[in-house]
Structures are given as C-alpha cells and as structure tokens.
Design a protein around this ligand. Structure first.
Ligand code: PLP
Length: 470
C-alpha cells in the first residue's frame, strides 16, 4: 500500500502546486492546513455513501439541505429558496439552462441571451441541450454587460437571460438589477452566474467594500450558481444551484420508471453521487463558519488590492476594466513583448498565471485568480512579474515560422484529420523532447492565437485526444 502511495506522491510532484499561492488559476487555497485535514477526513467518512438514494443515506440529504440553506442565507434567499448540490459550476450552469428550456416546452426553438463574457459553460449547455445562443457584446471599456443591449436581444424564443457576478475573464460584476428587470418584464428567467464570486462578494460587502447587488435581493433573479470548491475553499467537486422557488427547479429533476431496475430519480446530471465531496464541503463550511470566511475575505481583499496596484505600476501592463472581486486580468500596453512569454517566464520563476486569448473587445491578457494564500507574498509575486516582463521584452515577440503559419491557415476546421494534426505538431516542433508536454507554451499559444476560433477549438480537441491516449 505504501508503495502505491509513494508512487502517487511522485506523480503529484510533477503537478502545479495547489498550495502556497503560486498557482493563480484552477486552485483555491485558504492557506489553513486544518481546512485540508477536515476536508480529507470528512471525505473519507462519506465517500462510500451514495447520494443516488437520499432515503438510504439520510446523512447526505441532511448535509445537502444544510449547505443549500447556508448558500441561500448568504445570497439573499427567502423561505421559498431551494437548490441542488452539483459536481461543479459547469453542472450548475447546465442545469439552470436545462430547467429553463424544459419549463417552456411550447417554445419551438428556444434561445438563451448571454453577454459575451458569460462562462463557456453556457456555450456547452446550448450545445448539449440544443438551444440557440444570442451573444450580446459587452461594454469595451468596462467589460460589463450592457443592459439595454441585453434587453433588446430578448424575443419570444428567449427562455433564459444570464449575467455574471463576476465574470471569470475580467472579474467584473454585470449590472444585474437592470438586466433582471428586463428579464422579469418579458417573463423570462434570469440566472446569475456567481460560481466564482458568490462565496466571497457577500463577505467583501460585510467588510465595507462597494459590491453591486447581484443576489436574490434583486427582483427578477430566478437562479444563482455558487461553487463551494472555489471561494468556500472546499475540496473539488461541489457547487450549489439555487432557485428562487421549487417550481423553478422541477424541470431539471429527472425520474424514469421505464426500465426493470430501481426507479431512477435524479436532481442533477449525475445518478450515483459520491458522498465524499458533499461531506467535505459541509465540514469545511461549518469548520470555517462566518468568522472564518470573513477573515479569509479580508486577507484576500488585501492581497488582490496590492497585486492590482502593483500590476498597474509595472511599465507596459494595464489592468482590464475595474475588477471588483478577486480576479485580475491585465494586458500589454505596447508591442515590445509577448504576454505568452511573460507567462512562461513566470513559470520559470515558480508561478502559474493563465493566458486568455483575445475575444470580442477583450485583448489577449493574463488572468490571476487571487486567494487567501496569496496574502504575504504579493511583493515577491510582483517582483517576479516585473522581472518576467523585462525578460519577455529582452526576448522580443514570439516569431511564428511562416511555413507553419501557412500550414495552419490552410487547415479547415470542418475537415481536419488526425493525420493533419500530427503533421502540424511535427512541422511546428511543438512536442516536448520526450514526446510529452513542451516546457514553453508561448510558441504554441502564439500559433493558436493566429487560428480562427472554430479551427482553434478543433485543434485543441485533437490535442486533447492525443493527450488522453493510454
Ligand atoms: C469556474 C466557473 C464556472 C465553471 O465552474 P467549474 O466548477 O469549473 O465547472 C462557471 N462560471 C464561472 C463564472 C466560473 O468562474
């Protein structure tokens, strides 16, 4: 047994660090070791229990209702508010869309209205559930949704409006009250995607920050998603989808008696549901409590403030919009250097920052998810960022081989084959030395940035398929 665990530790050592604040995306670190201990112990106690049947495992039912009640209290819910625990933010968003679609069976070709900054989970929902997307440009300066444009996009086919609190890409909160008012007056549901902000913005407000209203206190908001595995600092695999009332929730429930086995009765997309993530979340939420989250929000707010002003002070960098949460996106002011190279240089210095491609009015930028664990090392981060920009300036812009660029330009997303993809990788020398992942991502990212979005998506799918080959 110890042999296999030693092997696992060895494998994990090659991953990005999940603790210590050096990975500024994907992971959320409270910096408190007992939070991890509580989560691991609770996970182990309940991971064999199955949420498939809440009457067989009433402990899971109890914990789920309790967590939904906690989220509702935090987000302005009422006695009517209900919800569901899901596996993550994407599942919560998917279910909000599914419930909205199935509540309006009379709509022939249902659509959802999204600001262009809405999370890709809604594009996935539209794709999976066959809805049309009506994507509305955001304000090019603030990156916030434009309420009048959102309202104008509503028609008879609209079953759901979406806005973010905040958006993942820029960390800005959309004008929820105006959008929700437009949705309500059209009789359309309104989902607030607070996956990343829902467990931290209310605490920022308690600390005196000016946080725009975004929760159930806003008339017209019918559902809210909030991920416990983000700023509730829970182990991965838990999100909450809240509905303003039970009627709104019913249409994502599923029951089937049409087979000879047990009656399948599911509140979410999963059927068998591990009790592990739920119990871990329940334990962490109660272990930290109001006071714990308030303290974590306080240090996170300090860290994000320092990092934001530090980034703005680095020559050549510009913060996008006016982020009011824990996320920062910054772009390069001039063409003297390449942000993809900055990301690689940060990697060399032991930090992960996340490149975001240009889309709509949003230029190529680097994204930072700041958590409590960043508190205390802001100066070190900023010094390394400054050094990375200097190194990127020194290196100059990434040059893409003209033959490779021509190869990419000639590819067709519709007909791309695995062989063509393999040819591209070889031609571009994009494979690492041992055939594994390359050390430096800048050349790959620069090449991907030249590809139109549908082709980029196709290339990435091929890439994923090549990764997931045993
Ligand atoms: C993270 C996130 C999601 C998706 O959540 P997952 O847990 O990664 O599936 C959706 N919306 C927003 C705003 C997010 O930040």
């Amino acid at each position: 047994m110890t042999g296999v665990l030693a092997r696992l530790r060895e494998l994990r050592a090659g991953d990005l660090p999940t603790h210590g604040g050096r990975t500024l995306a994907y992971v959320y670190d409270s910096g408190l070791s007992e939070v991890d201990e509580v989560a691991a112990a609770a996970h182990a106690l309940a991971s064999s229990a199955n949420g498939l049947d809440p009457t067989a495992f009433p402990s899971l039912l109890r914990m789920e209702n309790d967590l939904v009640a906690c989220a509702s209290k935090l987000l302005g819910g009422t006695a009517e508010t209900v919800g569901a625990i899901t596996s993550g933010g994407t599942e919560s968003c998917l279910l909000a869309v599914l419930a909205a679609r199935d509540a309006r069976p009379e709509v022939g070709s249902p659509s959802i209205v999204l600001p262009e900054t809405a999370h890709a989970a809604f594009h996935k929902a539209a794709h999976l559930f066959g809805l049309r997307k009506v994507v509305v440009p955001v304000d090019p300066e603030t990156f916030r949704a434009v309420p009048s444009a959102m309202a104008d996009a509503i028609d008879e086919s609209t079953v759901l409006m979406v806005a973010s609190a905040p958006s993942y890409a820029h960390g800005v909160v959309d004008p929820i009250p105006e959008i929700a008012a437009a949705a309500a007056s059209a009789g359309v549901r309104m989902h607030v995607d607070a996956c990343i902000g829902g467990w931290v913005l209310p605490y920022f407000a308690k600390l005196g920050a000016e946080v725009p209203l975004f929760d159930f206190r806003v008339p017209g908001v019918t559902s809210i998603s909030v991920d416990l595995h983000k700023y509730a600092y829970c182990a991965k695999g838990v999100s909450v989808l809240l509905h303003a009332n039970a009627e709104l929730r019913r249409t994502h429930y599923f029951a089937s008696a049409a087979w000879p086995g047990y009656t399948m009765l599911n509140p979410t997309l999963q059927s068998t549901r591990s009790g592990g993530p739920l119990a871990a979340a329940w334990a962490v939420v109660h272990h930290l409590g109001e006071d714990g989250y308030l303290r974590l929000a306080e240090v996170t707010r300090e860290a994000v403030g320092r990092i934001r002003s530090g980034v703005a002070a680095i020559d050549g960098l510009r913060v996008l919009g006016d982020p009011s949460s824990t996320l920062i996106a910054f772009t390069a002011e001039n063409d003297g250097f390449d942000l993809f190279t900055v990301a690689d240089e940060m990697k060399v210095r032991g930090w992960y920052v996340q490149p975001q491609f240009a889309h709509g009015s949003s230029p190529l930028n680097l994204h930072l998810t700041v958590t409590a664990a960043n508190h205390g090392s802001e100066a070190e981060f900023l010094a390394d960022l400054s050094a990375s920009v200097a190194a990127a300036r020194e290196a100059g812009a990434v040059r893409i081989d003209s033959e490779v660029a021509a190869f990419v330009a000639a590819l067709d997303a519709e007909t791309l084959t695995a062989d063509q993809f393999a040819g591209l990788l070889a031609a571009a020398g994009l494979l690492g030395d041992d055939g594994g992942l390359p050390e430096r991502m800048a050349p790959i990212n620069a090449l991907l940035a030249t590809a139109p979005e549908p082709l980029r998506e196709r290339l990435l799918v091929e890439f994923l398929g090549s990764l997931y080959t045993p």
